[in-house]
Design a protein around this ligand. Structure first.
Ligand code: NAD
Length: 337
């Protein structure tokens, strides 16, 4: 890659792709096209020197053809998604994202003759649900996606789009790379409004309990469900390494292997706020699978690396960032949630 080769990043008004734009800019790349359906004032971050294409609906084929034209690399992260509360109640919306992935792959094939890489962000939600019924889980390895029994809606769309990437590589020679992200968290991500994920939601609830003096927190489920959470800096670094590898031609886990329960997460967040709250467990709330962890054998073998930011360290930074947003909003400032 030359520093002025065109890099196209979709979903750039969102959490991960917004951070990826900043990451590549910091690495000295000067020709980045960042694309999102949201108006620019709703983007979490905008990076100076980048061509920002806002209000651009990538469900539409013509928009994908327009933004992909001439790209050397494409990072396709645009998706209509959110935490469990969103994906359990918006399955059709999640599946319509198949239009973005289909049209971006077609656009890569038809308008970017010099394309070297096409990265696609899949998810741990593509894994077979039957392997995630205990909180004390065996970590998921890549082959556990089959036989297929993915998360309804969102997970099936991911699995389908993964296979489309595979077949575009086989049939058209497009160098696709696919990572299955496991719960990404960090600053500049969704922290309120219904699409936020557990780390942000719990931090916000702790901050809210402190600011309102309620002394209570609502937790979805019994709090014993477990996940691994990957800090955003590890995520963007992993995307870079996977995309530029020559030996990762199949979907690969990109996640932390540090297993955390929601109760532990809550305790950590309480610690940053210096409080202990009364916990109200909402047992009928959406909570997803009982347990999920990332088996990192393959990524360690291929890259000699795995996401390794300790959860307590990443969560503390996230907590303080959310607190800043919360207080700014409370003071009447406009913030992106
Ligand atoms: P995000 O919601 O913050 O960002 C996604 C962006 O895509 C949003 O800004 C949204 O406006 C944009 N978008 C949606 N529909 C669009 C359309 N039709 N045209 C153009 N833009 C559109 O989500 P994120 O957490 O940054 O996730 C990025 C990718 O990573 C997604 O593909 C997601 O499925 C995947 N992923 C994320 C996680 C996680 O924990 N955050 C876990 C697994 C997989």
């Amino acid at each position: 890659m030359k520093k002025d080769d065109l890099i196209v990043i979709t979903g750039a008004g969102g959490f991960i792709a917004g951070s990826l734009v900043r990451y590549f800019t910091d690495k000295g790349f000067t020709n980045i096209r960042a694309v999102d359906i949201k108006p620019i004032d709703r983007w979490y971050q905008t990076t100076e020197g980048v061509e920002n294409v806002a209000d651009c609906d990538l469900d539409l084929r013509e928009n994908c053809y327009r933004v992909a034209e001439g790209a050397r690399e494409i990072y396709n992260l645009a998706a209509n998604m959110g935490g469990m509360g969103f994906i359990e109640n918006n399955k059709a919306e999640c599946m319509i994202t198949v239009l973005i992935n289909t049209h971006m792959l077609m656009a890569a094939r038809d308008t970017a003759p010099d394309l070297e890489r096409f990265f696609y962000s899949s998810s741990a939600c593509a894994y077979n649900l039957k392997m995630q019924e205990q909180s004390d889980v065996t970590a998921l390895k890549e082959s556990d996606a089959y036989p297929a029994y993915a998360e309804d809606g969102y997970g099936w769309e991911k699995l389908f789009s993964e296979r489309m990437c595979r077949h575009f590589m086989e049939d058209y020679g497009i160098q696709t790379r696919v990572a299955r992200f496991h719960n990404v968290y960090g600053p500049y991500g969704t922290w309120d409004g219904g699409r936020e994920k557990a780390p942000a939601a719990i931090c916000r609830k702790v901050i809210d309990a402190i600011e309102t003096g309620s002394g209570e927190i609502e937790i979805w489920g019994d709090g014993e469900q477990t996940r691994s959470f990957m800090y955003i800096d590890d995520c963007v670094k992993g995307i870079d390494m996977i995309t530029h590898s020559d030996n990762i031609l199949e979907p690969i886990n990109l996640g932390s292997s540090e297993l955390i329960s929601i109760n532990k997460l809550t305790k950590l967040a309480e610690g940053y706020g210096g409080v202990t709250l009364k916990r109200n467990y909402k047992l009928d709330a959406p909570q997803g699978v009982k347990g999920r962890n990332s088996d990192n054998t393959l990524i360690k073998q291929k890259l000699n690396w795995e996401p390794d930011t300790p959860f307590a360290e990443g969560l503390e930074k996230t907590y303080h960032w959310i607190r800043e947003q919360y207080l700014a909003r409370k003071a009447g400032q406009v913030v992106v949630e």
